[in-house]
Design a protein around this ligand. Structure first.
Ligand SMILES: Cc1ncc(COP(=O)(O)O)c(C=O)c1O
Length: 382
């Protein structure tokens, strides 16, 4: 048996994406910076890819910069915005992805900025009054708050936070790695200065992503080298990755509502079955709230038990891949800074299941059954 329910860590490549990438791995190998025909052909593919991303996000091509993925995009946006605008204060939260958290920590350690964590309620929601208070104290700060939490599935109201940031002339960066390809973003309606994406979260290849940088909030390059990416990111472009990213994004947009409905139905099915099979089961953050959370993520809270540390290991032994928190802690229930922040000292178990268009209702039923057996609420069938 092999069931993959760790799609927030990464998703399988869509075969249609692979087909689109193939020519750029084989015959179209030129360096896009070369001015000869081999180079020009590949350059044209990058520029038409940029145009397509811009069309989908309703922004201009110049606002899209390709990167090696979400981590680089988050590092670049935060660090370069701080240096470009001489920003001294960064407002963020304790449950951001490490790509944000560690970037902010490093800038603070180097004495470049002062970090101000925004208060969260018990479910991990940003306290809007505290955010306003911090912005009153530190106008022009950089605000970095993720659109969807990768462990809990909690969603932030990007539009509302953007408005608050606009009023305070803050640089608003949002890590949208878990939502680009899963929701439609209309950049004309959002007061976001920078956003980030990773292709492998929406059935594209690993090692490629992009950042959106609003044209009136341009930042200097973070990776120095050649003049690639409109002088915003040195280094020869990952051409086949970029082509794959765009194909994956086009497919995601083409089938978005259908997938949201289907994947959401898998998630509700799992919630209902878990409630029926495991007494005292609950769910972390907003993840069981179908209206308020990312439809791809369900973070299950299991009753206290000495065996909770072994749950992921035992699921893995049965061929079921899930995670305890973020990908960096796949295979271990300990170490989630998100759960540690929101539920300090909790002895309950945590398993994050995350779904994709390739999962089936039968897989959900099997996983619930196996999980119930592992927590001892169901007798194993022979
Ligand atoms: C919210 C979030 N931000 C950033 C990243 C990092 O993206 P990448 O793996 O492309 O570096 C991830 C991936 O796990 C993520 O979930």
């Amino acid at each position: 048996m092999s069931i993959y329910l760790d799609n927030a860590a990464t998703t399988p490549l869509d075969p249609e994406v692979f087909e689109a990438m193939k020519p750029f791995l084989l015959q179209d190998f030129g360096n896009p910076s070369s001015t000869h025909s081999h180079g020009r052909k590949v350059r044209a593919a990058i520029e038409s890819s940029r145009k397509k991303v811009a069309e989908l996000l309703n922004c201009t091509p110049g606002e899209i910069i390709f990167t090696s993925g979400g981590t680089e995009a988050d590092n670049t946006l935060i660090t370069s915005a701080v240096f470009t605008y001489g920003i001294k204060h960064v407002i963020s939260s304790a449950i951001e992805h490490h790509a944000v958290l560690h970037t902010v920590e490093n800038l603070e350690k180097a004495g470049i900025i002062q970090a101000h964590p925004v208060q969260l309620d018990t479910n991990g929601h940003v306290d809007p009054d505290h955010l306003r208070k911090l912005l009153n104290e530190y106008p022009g700060a950089l605000v970095s708050l993720m659109h969807a939490n990768n462990e809990l599935g909690n969603l932030l109201d990007l539009k509302a936070v953007g408005e608050v940031c606009k009023q305070a002339n803050a640089f608003f960066h949002s890590d949208t790695v878990q939502t680009i390809g899963h929701y439609r973003h209309n950049m004309k309606e959002l007061h976001v200065c920078g956003m980030t994406a990773a292709a492998h979260k929406f059935h594209g290849p690993k090692g490629v992503g992009f950042m959106y940088i609003r044209k009136d909030r341009k930042i200097n390059s973070f990776i120095h080298g050649g003049a690639q990416e409109r002088n915003m990111r040195g280094g020869t472009e990952n051409v086949y990755g970029i082509v794959g990213l765009v194909k994956a994004l086009e497919i995601a947009y083409r089938e978005m509502e259908e997938h949201e409905k289907y994947i959401g139905s898998l998630k509700s099915r799992m919630i209902e079955k878990l409630k029926a099979e495991i007494p005292n089961v609950s769910f972390h953050g907003d993840s069981a709230n179908m209206q308020k959370s990312l439809y791809t993520v369900l973070n299950v809270s299991l009753p206290e038990s000495d065996d909770n540390d072994m749950i992921l290991f035992n699921l893995d032994l049965q061929g079921i891949s899930a995670s305890g928190g973020s990908a960096c802690s796949s295979g271990a229930t300990s170490g989630s800074h998100v759960l540690g922040t929101l539920y300090p000292g909790s002895k309950r178990g945590a398993v994050r299941f995350s779904f994709s268009k390739y999962n089936t209702p039968e897989e959900i039923d099997t996983v619930v059954e196996k999980l119930a057996e592992l927590v001892g609420t169901k007798i194993p069938s022979v």
